[in-house]
Write a protein that binds this ligand. Structure first.
Ligand SMILES: [Zn+2]
Ligand SMILES: [Zn+2]
Length: 168
């Protein structure tokens, strides 16, 4: 918990719920980055990032781990579940959060793409691929067995515990 009194514009966190954060201003220059470091850091074809001034950003639960991907930059992630959460240049007043870790990823729309020299060429065809809905792809019996361990897409009380702690 923090003594923060400002109202968050955007909130987010990792998959397990150990680390949560809040943005107290709208992000600027939301972008995707295809560079090889971003691909590796998120384990995907590109990183989608929402930058905000560090003075408008607070880690509201837990503390992320950090990996220095170069002498100039740090990448934050949850040490428990591995979710990539943030990126920042050491000398910058800005921190960027990953769009996928936002509670409402659709609330931040990329305006620019960087690192296009590493862009995977199959991205051009993604929009034309067959579209399937996750819930209809899973057989009913399997769906009935499933217990989700992912933190919900909103802030939870300080005493909230991940469901899997009981299952272990
Ligand atoms: Zn986590
Ligand atoms: Zn990058």
């Amino acid at each position: 918990m923090t003594s923060e009194t400002r109202k968050p514009v955007l909130t987010g966190g990792c998959q397990c719920g150990a680390v949560r954060y809040a943005l107290y201003a709208a992000p600027h220059n939301v972008h995707i980055c295809h560079c090889r470091m971003c691909q590796k850091a998120v384990g995907g074809p590109f990183a989608a990032l929402a930058p905000v001034k560090r003075s408008d950003f607070v880690w509201t639960r837990g503390a992320p781990a950090a990996f220095a991907s170069s002498s100039l930059a740090l990448r934050n992630y949850c040490r428990d579940c591995g979710t990539p959460l943030g990126f920042r240049y050491l000398d910058s007043e800005t921190i960027s959060v990953t769009l996928g870790s936002l509670d409402r990823p659709q609330d931040a729309r990329p305006e620019t793409q960087y690192g296009v020299e590493s862009r995977v060429d199959w991205l051009d065809g993604v929009n034309a691929l067959p579209r399937k809905v996750m819930e209809t792809e899973m057989p009913a019996a399997r769906k009935a067995q499933r217990v989700a361990y992912q933190h919900p897409d909103h802030d939870t009380p300080p005493d909230w515990k991940p469901p899997y702690t009981a299952a272990r």
